[in-house]
Design a protein around this ligand. Structure first.
Ligand code: NAD
Ligand code: UFG
Length: 338
């Protein structure tokens, strides 16, 4: 039996593919390459010594996706594919609903037709909206504050209805906090087609001279140093979280469970910059600018449920996250210069 990863050549999917291959699973990747490169297939194979099956295709193409499920003896689908830029989702909401919600419906419908009922979904801490208590546990009320968040909420609702309608499904919604870092080999990492707006990729771009300075969005929040606090989690830990969720699916009593994947620790914008400067011995020129609309002051996970049920815990430190992000950026730059 194999595990199919939609969007498996992307940032989180590729790290998860490596973790799955290393633990003996046959991996099939279905990705339309809209935000990744086909070379990632070779990198995954080089890292694991295992051949994977890759099919280029969109989750919006129902027939192709169903054929891939049918032809590859798929047992479980891990659904990473989707659009993820919050700001873009405000400008192009219909694209986000089409790809994220429409795409998820296609994936689930094709699985239903092929009698495949094990599903792991890439959800996000964004489903909690602005936190009303901390740390955020899985029972925190859900509220979308932008179209991207709305798509994640809608998919979770669809999955809840599905689980209610047929209790033989086994579904895990993994709510990622702030994934950062890269694989220790530097062969895979966050290398999107578009320039990301997230903090760590921005720090790395400024440190390597690609941008002049980092804008810190607000230093007047009610936090210790006035800047926003987040729960950064290393992508290799996150990948292991998928393996843990996969192992748990067989034992899962309820058809659907949600799990926070974070460290349970918060780190401010200034603390992250300072950790990055310390481990790399570089300066990150910065300027304080206005608050970014929609940002919560503090957001971090209660990880009790993941620890107790999935037996999973993030292990890597903020310093390791900074170092691996920087090493990967150097690797990419050197590769381009060669
Ligand atoms: P990514 O963009 O690196 O990976 C997504 C992959 O999906 C890409 O390889 C892209 O080519 C592919 N894809 C996009 N549209 C597709 C389509 N229509 N058909 C087939 N493939 C398609 O993103 P990521 O950071 O790896 O995120 C993976 C998932 O995790 C996404 O669903 C995202 O919303 C979610 N998530 C990410 C973060 C984060 O900060 N990275 C946080 C929370 C949740
Ligand atoms: N920030 C800056 N300067 C920048 C970029 C970010 O100061 O150039 C600040 C933001 O204002 C925020 C913090 O850094 O306070 C983190 O911002 P990110 O954009 O890196 O992350 P977010 O917490 O806003 O959002 C991320 C993903 C969302 C996901 C959410 C929860 O982008 O998709 O984590 O998982 F929903």
């Amino acid at each position: 039996m194999s595990i199919l990863l939609t969007g498996g050549l992307g940032y989180i999917g590729s790290h998860t593919a490596v973790a799955l291959c290393k633990s003996g699973h046959q991996v099939v990747i279905y990705d339309d390459l809209s935000n990744s490169k086909v070379e990632v297939v070779k990198s995954i194979e080089k890292l694991t010594g295992i051949k994977i099956i890759f099919v280029k295709g969109s989750i919006l193409d129902f027939d192709t996706f169903q054929t891939v499920l049918r032809d590859n003896n798929v047992d479980t689908v891990i659904h990473f594919a989707g659009l993820k830029a919050v700001a873009d989702s405000v400008i192009y909401p219909i694209d986000y609903y089409e790809v994220n919600v429409g795409g998820a419906i296609n994936v689930i419908k094709a699985m239903k037709e092929e009698q495949i009922k094990k599903f792991i979904f890439s959800s996000s801490a964004t489903v909690y909206g602005t936190p009303i208590f901390l740390p955020i546990n899985e029972n925190h009320r859900k509220k979308a504050i932008n179209p991207y968040g709305q798509t994640k909420l809608q998919i979770e609702s669809i999955l809840e209805d599905l689980a209610r309608s047929d209790s033989s499904w086994r579904i895990a919604c993994l709510r990622y906090f702030n994934p950062v870092g890269s694989h220790s080999s530097c062969l895979i990492g966050e290398n999107p087609i578009d320039i990301p707006n997230n903090l760590m990729p921005r720090i790395v771009r400024v440190a390597s001279g690609l941008e002049k300075e980092l804008l810190v969005f607000g230093d007047d929040y009610p936090t210790a140093d006035g800047t926003c606090e987040r729960d950064y989690v290393h992508v290799e830990d996150l990948a292991d979280g998928h393996l843990a969720a996969l192992n748990n699916l067989g034992k899962q009593e309820q058809p659907l469970e949600c799990f926070n994947l974070g460290t349970g620790q918060s780190c401010s914008v200034l603390e992250l910059i300072s950790a990055f400067e310390n481990v790399t011995d570089l300066k990150v020129p910065k300027a304080i600018s206005n608050r970014r609309s929609g940002d919560a002051a503090t957001c971090y996970a209660d990880v009790k449920k993941s620890r107790e049920i999935l037996n999973w815990e993030a292990k890597k430190s903020i310093n390791e996250m900074c170092l691996s992000s920087w090493e990967y950026q150097n690797f990419i730059i050197n590769k381009r210069l060669l």
